[in-house]
Design a protein around this ligand. Sequence first.
Ligand code: 6R9
Length: 660
Amino acid sequence: MAPETPGPGNQTQETLSNLLQEKRRFAPPAELAAAANVTAETYAEAAEDRLAFWERAADRLTWAQRWDTTLEWNPPFAKWFIGGKLNVAYNCVDRHVEAGRGDVIAYHWEGEPDGDSRTLTYGDLQREVSKAANALIELGVAKGDRVAIYMPMIPELPIAMLACARIGAVHSVVFGGFSASALQNRIDDADAKIVITADGGYRRGAPSALKPTVDEAVAACPQVEHVLVVRRTGQEVAQTAKDVWWHDLVERQSDQHDPQPHDAEDPLFILYTSGTTGNPKGILHTSGGYLTQTAWTHDAVFDLKPEQDIYWCTADIGWVTGHSYIVYGPLANGATSVIYEGTPDTPHRGRFWEIVQKYKISILYTAPTAIRTFMKWGDDIPAKFDLTSLRVLGSVGEPINPEAYVWYREHIGGDRCPVVDTWWQTETGAIMISPLPGVTAGKPGAAMRPLPGIDADVVDDQGNSVPDGGGGFLAIREPWPAMLRTIWGDDQRYIDTYWSRWEGIYFPGDGAKRDEDGDLWLLGRVDDVMLVSGHNISTTEVESALVSHPKVAEAAVVGATDPVTGQAIVAFTILRGNAEEGDDIAAELRAHVAKALGPIAKPRQILVVPELPKTRSGKIMRRLLRDVAENRSLGDVTTLTDSSVMNLISEQLPSAKSDD
Ligand code: 6R9
């Protein structure tokens, strides 16, 4: 629709403008479609009987005792598979060994230093997880106790998580880049009695210490009884009375441990998410429903063939993507995965592609921030590697700009691999909205449809569905198995944050639109929406228009107070490696956006910057850019190379080791 016309359906006030038009379509490859794990019928089957669909998904797991009630829904509190008993670690490990797949590789681990690698079969994993479970028991950890885990990307991290799951302890993994005070807050909030960590890990070519941060945090946490320390880098570490070396304690344990069944609704883990403001929220996930949905979605969305595929999710296990799609989903499915310890530019900018080539990765799951970085570094880098093993590509974490999607498809996927743009959150536990690679004709930038069994909608501020072609808020109308059960220790905050906007409907906090074909596009956090001359404009659409210019690799836009239009659009852009910064780049980009989206979306200012401020999981922090855009009187065209604006931004950024 034209930007100046009111929203469709005779609404006087549109909730969110729908500006971007995208005509490209990519049909599923015929061969993949013919053998796909999930076909189009599944949508209809799930729509007919949603609970029966999820029961079939749960039957993929091995239950010690089958459930008697599929769902108990006392809004907003859900319980799934009540009466069912299972052991999550048994499902992820032992049952594959029992099925004769003990020699199948669960993880190829690739350290950052060259040549540093390890493989763990399902049999190895069973022995290692059993030893770690026995070690935790020796340390006095019992079912229901909380265990904080603060580790680099080494095999002992999933082993520690699975050891907790095995004995019914609740893990709380804290990303290894967080500060001592952030770690301390999270240890305190969950009242963890054990911390598992390492001396350090390798980052950007050097050992990076973790233990001193743990020591500082634990000094202020008297409830912590022991700190279990893996030796990874061999760097000097100060010893405290609470420390126990992993290689002393775990190595001498029996490699036999009999996994006991736990209730489907027993807690599995807490994962803290900071959101936009305030104290981090301890998102609580439980066992049966979580494992059901992570396993089903991992099989369906990536079309996983455990006997053939080599799967690599590049996220850190410290984020939910790593929990669900490096640890629980892939292991429940008996997949062979790669875990990489380090960064994409160490020792060189082709590292990811070298790993794809080395392990013959067939399924790659990464984030738009990484894809845009690779675009910036240049097409010639991936072109040097053999990427022909790839067959499915995934994206998660932020909206993927259509141009980044097309670049990913062409330069990484050789124009043959479908791209699945997967929308979900820490709170949803598992993928909710995504194409299916053997079914969906994908549109670049669109997450397309809710997965079978998921009832997601785009609504206005009254909670009414918007018609096709309309924009508004993403909403989820029915409970789903992997949903968060509450915020740890704070039911009221759970209700207020997610369930108070509309009666009985989950509010994820994201803007979205449904296009004329009924397909969904995610438009970023509603807190970031800009109000320009009475139009609500999403940052995502303007950013995507900028990234569609051949000179732009990455863009972040914010609304800055403007005397005429209320808010005006200010854009921060990173140019592609091969782009020359002509004098008129700002004018060129402004004209380009106006042409793509209409004059209403034309940025007032364009700044060229070398970097953008990001959260530790790689999401753009627009809030900081808004501060910059509002507090400084910047000229209309400010082209920065080694930038004072970004220095200014970094001064305002929380220091590298502060809370997220
Ligand atoms: C899995 C994860 C959740 C927020 C979410 C949304 C954004 C994630 C997205 C996406 C558009 C996608 N997000 N995937 N936006 N398209 N495919 O990232 O969890 O760290 O909790 O972040 O990330 O804004 O609400 P989490």
